[in-house]
Design a protein around this ligand. Structure first.
Ligand code: AVJ
Length: 322
């Protein structure tokens, strides 16, 4: 079966409006920041896929190890009829679950929701080609805003993998989990991947690789703002910074201005100045403790059913019931 045409819930205009708003607010703030969602244009999505194959970037491999070992258990426990992946990207690890759920029988529909139309188009087409008989739907949308658009009914299992929940700030996480719970019915399931707190000597290189791919990924947000809003950022004049925040237990990616700069954003009628050494925060990637994950899920109305890690204990996957 071929994938159905993408359902576009994030209209181009809508996307453009939220980018403008985010850039206006973030670049006017002190300290300056931009939300990580804007990394993922076509080039950013390719760079992210490259990151997942870097020797230093353990989260993808570790999560894959958990899913490879536990997919049959997850299929058995949930008996899902509908698999919904939020922030799906390439949906590569999802195949482990698709395999287990189709082996078990009963899976009818796969739904992928992502802000990146390019990533979604590729992933839904490949999955539709490889899983004949499965209904495959791609929804271009923002998982913080479009949860109400998910298909109703049918013993649903929602996947939120990759540790992407760590890119939300604690208050945003609580809101996201609450909305996810509200979008589900009692008895539906949530499978969520969380990178775990560990020695920063392991975490920092994962966000500051020697090949410089993460640095390019980081600078890509400036290219997106240049292209979409006519800004004149010089990406090469910013140094990639990855810093572990021990208090918040998260890593931050920043872009540090190498020299004083004045950047114009014509579409916003905005000019911003950077002092030499000034840093723009582009991403927070929180790391979790098992008890913290359990508490946040419980606060949102989920009941934890299982928590698994890879053999090295780097990454956690939690199965919870609505
Ligand atoms: C989107 C959560 C999988 O925070 O680790 C990778 C994005 N940023 N390298 C993460 C990312 C820098 C990533 N996730």
């Amino acid at each position: 079966m071929s994938a159905e045409p993408l359902e576009i819930h994030l209209e181009e205009q809508d996307l453009a409006r939220s980018l403008r708003e985010d850039v206006r607010v973030g670049l006017s703030a002190e300290p300056k920041w931009l939300p990580p969602k804007w990394f993922y244009d076509a080039r950013g999505s390719v760079l992210f896929e490259e990151i997942t194959r870097l020797p230093e970037y353990y989260p993808t491999r570790s999560e894959r190890a958990v899913l490879a070992a536990r997919a049959p258990d997850i299929a058995e426990l949930t008996r899902a009829k509908t698999l919904i992946e939020l922030g799906s990207g390439s949906s590569e690890k999802t195949r482990l679950l698709l395999d287990a759920l189709t082996d078990r029988g009963g899976l009818g529909t796969f739904v992928a929701l992502d802000v990146s139309a390019s990533a979604l188009r590729g992933s839904t087409a490949r999955i539709a080609a490889d899983y004949p008989g499965l209904r495959v739907r791609g929804i271009v949308g923002d998982f913080t805003r479009h949860l109400d658009r998910l298909p109703a009914g049918g013993r649903r299992l929602v996947l939120f993998l990759g540790g992407t929940i760590g890119n939300l700030l604690p208050a945003e996480r609580a809101e996201f989990l609450g909305r996810t719970r509200a979008a589900l019915e009692s008895g539906d399931w949530l499978l969520i991947g969380t990178d775990l707190v560990k020695d920063p000597s392991v975490i920092v290189p994962a966000y500051d690789d020697t090949a410089g791919v993460t640095a390019e990924f980081n600078r890509n947000v400036l290219r997106v703002v240049n292209r979409e809003l006519g800004a004149d950022f010089v990406p090469e004049a910013f140094t990639h910074v990855a810093r572990w925040d021990a208090t918040n237990e998260w890593i931050e990616m920043r872009l540090r201005a190498d020299r004083p700069m004045r950047v114009r954003v014509p579409e916003l009628d905005l000019a911003v100045t950077f002092a030499q050494g000034e840093e723009l925060r582009t991403e927070v990637s929180a790391k979790f403790r098992p008890e913290g994950v359990a508490a946040e899920l419980a606060a949102a109305g989920f009941a934890g059913r299982a928590f698994w890690t890879d053999p090295d204990g780097l990454f956690g996957v939690t199965l919870a019931r609505a």
